[in-house]
Write a protein that binds this ligand. Structure first.
Ligand code: PLP
Length: 362
C-alpha cells in the first residue's frame, strides 16, 4: 500500500526495517536504543552522527547551530518570538495558509505581530508577490511558511519568491518541505521543521539557527525556552526525544544514500508533475485551485467536480492500496501528500486510479 498521509507521514521502508531489526538490541549496547541513557557514549555517537549527516544533507554552514528538540513546530513558532524579539517589538509575518496563521497566533501575546501579506482573502490559493509586502521598519524578523501543508501552497525558489531581507533575519517554517530540494541555509536566520513529514517520526523537531542570533536578548524566559541554552547543551538540556532522534538519523542516512537533496528535488518535481497532470488533464472532473506558480510539490489538495463522489473515491482508493487521501477538515476534498518517502511509482498508481475512477464514474 502507498501511504499519502500528511503527517505523521510514511517513513522509508528500509528505515523501518532497520529500526525493526535493531529494536531489541542496538549495536553493542546490549539494550534497545530506546532504553539507554541519552548521555551514554552509544547514544552520543548516534546523536552526533545524525547532526553531521543532516549538516551534509542540507550543506548547513558552520556558523549555524543545529538543534534536535521536543515540542513540535508549534512550540518553535512561539519560541522564535521569545528568543529574538523584545517585548512589544514588531515581527513581520507573511501568511500564506493555515500554518502561517497558527504561527502568527503563537506570538501575538509577545510581539507586535504585523501581517506583512496574507493570501487569506483569496482562500490561500496564491501568495502575494514580495513587492506588495508591507514590512515594518524595525522588525525583529520576517516569518514565512515555506510550504503550506493544508492549502498546498509553496514558495518556489525559481520565481525568486523570498526577498533579500537585509538586516532583518528571515525565519521559515520548513516542516513540510525540508530536504526535498537544495536549501541555501545562509539566506535564513532560522529554519525549523517538525520531523513527521520528511525527516522521521513525530516527536523531534529540527531547528537550524545562525549562531550570532543566539546572542540576542529577546524576552525573559526559562532556560528550557532558550535556544542559546539548548545549543550550549547540545540539545541535551533535558532528556531529548532520543528514539526519534535515532530514527531521524536513519532517515538522513537513507536520504544521503539515495542521492541527497538533488535527487529528492528531481523525484519531487516528477511526482508533482504526474499528479498535477492527472488533475489538470481530467477535463474538470478533478480540480486543484492553487495558482500554478505556487503549487506545492509536497501536498496536493484537490476536489472532485461532484463532491458526492468524494467518499466513494476515498473508499475505493483505500481498497486499491492508496491510503490516507482524505483532505484536511479545513478544506475537505482530497489531499495527496507526496513527501520524500513516497516513491514515484506510488504517484503513478494514484494517477492511474484517478483516471480509472473517472472512466467508471465520470
Ligand atoms: N507547520 C507546518 C507547515 C505543518 O505542516 C505543521 C503540522 O502539520 C505544523 C507547523 C505543526 O507542527 P507540530 O504538530 O509538529 O507542532
Amino acid at each position: 500500500a502507498y501511504n499519502f498521509a500528511a503527517g505523521p507521514a510514511a517513513l522509508p521502508e528500509p528505515v523501518l526495517r532497520q529500526a525493526q531489526a535493531e529494536l531489541l538490541e542496538w549495536g553493542d549496547a546490549r539494550a534497545s536504543i530506546a532504553e539507554i541513557s541519552h548521555r551514554s557514549p552509544e547514544f552520543m555517537r548516534v546523536a552526533a552522527e545524525a547532526e553531521a549527516d543532516l549538516r551534509r544533507l542540507l550543506s548547513i554552514p558552520d556558523d549555524y547551530a543545529v538543534l534536535f528538540l521536543a515540542g513540535g513546530a508549534t512550540t518553535q513558532q512561539a519560541l522564535v518570538a521569545l528568543n529574538f524579539a523584545a517585548p512589544g517589538q514588531a515581527a513581520d509575518y507573511v501568511v500564506s495558509g493555515h500554518w502561517g496563521k497558527v504561527a502568527l497566533k503563537q506570538v501575538q501575546a509577545y510581539v507586535d505581530a504585523n501581517v506583512a501579506a496574507s493570501g487569506e482573502a483569496d482562500g490561500f490559493r496564491d501568495i502575494p508577490p514580495a513587492s506588495q509586502w508591507r514590512l515594518s521598519k524595525d522588525a525583529a524578523y520576517l516569518h514565512v511558511t515555506a510550504n503550506e501543508t493544508i492549502h498546498g501552497v509553496e514558495f518556489r525558489p525559481e520565481w525568486g519568491a523570498l526577498p533579500e531581507t537585509g538586516d532583518v533575519p528571515l525565519f521559515a517554517d520548513f516542516s513540510s518541505s525540508i530536504a526535498s530540494e537544495p536549501l541555501d541555509v545562509s539566506k535564513f536566520g532560522l529554519v525549523y521543521a517538525g520531523a513527521q513529514k520528511n525527516l522521521g517520526p513525530v516527536g523531534v523537531t529540527v531547528v537550524i539557527v545562525r549562531r550570532d542570533l543566539l546572542e540576542r536578548a529577546g524576552q525573559p524566559r526559562a532556560d528550557i525556552f532558550n535556544y542559546a541554552s539548548h545549543a550550549k547543551a547540545g540539545s541535551m538540556l533535558n532528556t531529548p526525544p532520543s528514539y526519534n532522534w535515532y530514527l531521524a538519523g536513519l532517515v538522513f542516512k537513507w536520504m544521503l544514500a539515495e542521492g541527497g537533496v538533488v535527487e529528492f528535488a528531481r523525484r519531487s518535481a516528477e511526482k508533482a508533475r504526474l499528479l498535477y497532470a492527472a488533475i489538470d488533464g481530467s477535463g474538470g472532473f478533478y480540480r486543484n485551485e492553487v495558482a500554478s506558480n505556487v503549487r506545492s510539490r509536497m501536498n496536493v489538495p484537490f476536489f472532485l467536480q461532484d463532491d458526492a463522489l468524494t467518499a466513494a473515491f476515498l473508499a475505493e482508493a483505500k481498497e486499491a492500496g492508496l491510503l490516507a487521501l482524505k483532505g484536511h477538515r479545513v478544506l475537505g476534498g482530497v489531499r495527496a501528500s507526496i513527501y520524500n518517502a513516497m516513491p514515484v511509482e506510488g504517484v503513478r498508481a494514484l494517477a492511474g486510479f484517478m483516471h480509472e475512477f473517472q472512466q467508471r464514474r465520470g
